[in-house]
Design a protein. Structure first.
Length: 330
């Protein structure tokens, strides 16, 4: 007689293994009998973007702009508006020991009238704090304006990534050393040129508009140099080297000579030059040593070289007359 086998119900673990086995079996039916090319076409259709071309182009442009913005922000090429309370002015020991009160007043007036044109440079210190690298005078002027107006001051700043202290000091000094201020003659020249090109009705109006933030005394000096450039601009070879005192004396001399007096002086100069040209000729003639005769066949060129130059003598007489009669004008 055969032995009977005792059957036991499967537990939860066995049931889970059975279900996993059924799930691993390949699907049956018509859906499992597709050709490979049909499956490839189905996958391609599922991966295709059904949106219009304009929408896809807009999304690509937005993604490119976002990437460019992230790169610019990481490289410190983005101008941000920061409250001054988040900027540590004394993060670095400043290279400027003191500031000129008049220059600071001009900067405050310029920022109040036209806003902050140049951003300051700060360093990201983390936790929303920034260390000032360059632009100390601008930050101070913005603070004064905020105190006077009773508004929280803000500054336009370029945020640089954190660098070593030595590089930060080099950047601070370089920003102040490289910038060269305009000379008095260059200030007057640009005002005269702007008025000549028709940007302003007169040189006075040009000075008042271009240098509106300057004091009255400084604008007066600029007008003097503008007059110097207007009268002698094409004759001054090294006008940039003209000092302030020399330029003001020259402007005073130009204003003191009227057109009528100028014509009279030049007529007297011509008469005296003609009268003294003979004496100048006789004084210059003995000083000229005779040169040896030119070799045979040298032509008239060498002969002409031995002759004195009357024009040079006349120039000498005219220069001596100017130095004796009108030293402050000639």
């Amino acid at each position: 007689m055969a032995r009977r086998r005792t059957l036991e119900a499967p537990d939860a673990r066995a049931l889970a293994e059975i279900e996993a086995g059924f799930a691993a079996k390949p699907a049956s039916g018509p859906a499992a009998l597709h050709a490979p090319i049909a499956q490839v076409a189905s996958e391609a259709a599922q991966g295709r973007d059904a949106r219009p071309a304009t929408d896809r182009a807009t999304e690509a442009r937005v993604a490119a702009e976002a990437a460019s913005w992230r790169d610019a922000q990481a490289e410190g090429r983005v101008i941000e508006t920061l409250p001054l309370e988040r900027i540590q002015v004394n993060h670095l020991t400043r290279d400027r020991v003191e500031t000129d009160a008049e220059a600071m007043e001009e900067l405050v007036a310029s920022i109040r009238a036209n806003g902050q044109r140049l951003p300051v440079e700060v360093m990201d210190l983390g936790e929303g704090r920034y260390g000032l690298v360059s632009g100390w005078r601008r930050v101070r002027a913005l603070a004064l304006i905020g105190t006077e107006d009773g508004t929280p001051p803000v500054a336009r700043a370029i945020v640089r990534p954190m660098v070593e202290v030595g590089a930060a000091y080099a950047a601070m000094v370089e920003e102040n050393e490289v910038r060269a201020q305009l000379t008095p003659y260059e200030r007057g020249r640009i005002a005269a040129v702007a008025a000549h090109l028709g940007a302003f009705p007169s040189m006075e109006a040009a000075v008042d508009a271009i240098f509106a933030a300057a004091s009255k005394a400084k604008r007066s000096k600029i007008r003097s140099f503008a007059a110097v450039h207007y009268e002698l601009g094409d004759l001054l070879v090294h006008g940039r080297e003209l000092t302030e005192a020399a330029g003001l004396r020259l402007a005073t001399a130009i204003r003191g000579v009227s057109p009528r007096n100028c014509a009279t002086l030049w007529s007297r100069a011509r008469r005296m030059t003609r009268a003294r040209s003979g004496r100048c000729w006789r004084r210059c003639w003995p000083r000229r040593r005779p040169r040896p005769s030119p070799p045979h066949g040298a032509g008239d060129r060498a002969a002409r070289r031995r002759r004195p130059w009357p024009r040079r003598c006349c120039r000498t007489a005219r220069a001596r007359w100017c130095a004796a009669t009108a030293p402050s004008w000639c």
